[in-house]
Design a protein around this ligand. Sequence first.
Ligand SMILES: [Zn+2]
Ligand SMILES: [Zn+2]
Length: 360
Amino acid sequence: MPSSTPDFLKTLTYPRPDLTSSILSTPPPHPAPRALLLPPPRLPRRPRHPPARAPPRHHPRPPLSALSPLLSTSSSTHALLLSDPLYRNLRAHAAHALHAYSATALGASITVAQLSKALCTESCAHCGEFGPFLWMLDCTRCCWACLTQHPDLLPVAPEEAMQLYGIPGERAAAGGLPVMRSVPGVYRTWKEVCVEPESRRFVSRAAARRVAVAVHGSAEKVEEYIAARAQKVQVVSDSKDMDVRRLLGVIAMPTLDRRAGRVEHGVSCKGCTSTLPVVALRGEGMPYMPVRIGSGLEGFDARKRELGRMFTTQGYLAHYQVCGRARELWEWEMEMNDEEEEEDEDEWDMEEVDRSSPFL
Ligand SMILES: [Zn+2]
Ligand SMILES: [Zn+2]
């Protein structure tokens, strides 16, 4: 087992800028003050003079849209917000998410509490593995495999959802179906770079189904409606990991362990990712390493899941126990270190010999 966890992780894992640069990226317009990047200070347990304007505990937290104008301002309201530990955590660790919600016009549909819960969650809402991304329409975490494969993570146009699920326009407009406006820019699917020149409107299929259940009366009736219309209505096209729509409403999202005060962005396993000889795996990050995809559809999908898989530190330590190639790589690394140490010792011995040489 590793002698030092940082050395161990540095040797066997790497970050994934290739994935995070493929999706929506909206850095805050101004860098957050340094104080906000540090872990939030602990509040005294019993303040002598509680803030006069502190919100009551049962007060519902405002939607993010109410906060957006405050992200780069200083005001008494802002100071009040900063007294909220959930909001401070978001400012400190997920300021980019606040900005992304503002940029996609989704702020009104999400609350501080919802986004905070997502920040402090680790697992993908669809498969339970570590989910280093936030699917903004539902404010849920997802992993790369689910983002590019799960049917619910393909957003659709509002008109498409209304037609597919039989939702009348007035019901869609009455709320319950938040509409995202995508941010124009460059995105990358598995195969190609996609330039999105204009903003497009999307809704969540899961949210549309929820509204449809209210309209039709039950989930079974919604399914019956879809089945009856299947012949007449064009099925929503979905080219999975080659469909740029899947990438427009998702951001990288660190996970915050509030007890430990630890923030993690996730890493991938060098052992899983490559089929190169172990000797070629040595070195720093390798996001663009060539890979081999297994043969057959099943092998193909399984291999793609492996390639996009990411872990927290604890998750990786558990994965190491079952990853033969990672163990092989670590053992090879240890052998190399032993050889280097032996060489150093030999050099040192030679120096001693030289110093004692009568010819000096
Ligand atoms: Zn997943
Ligand atoms: Zn592995």
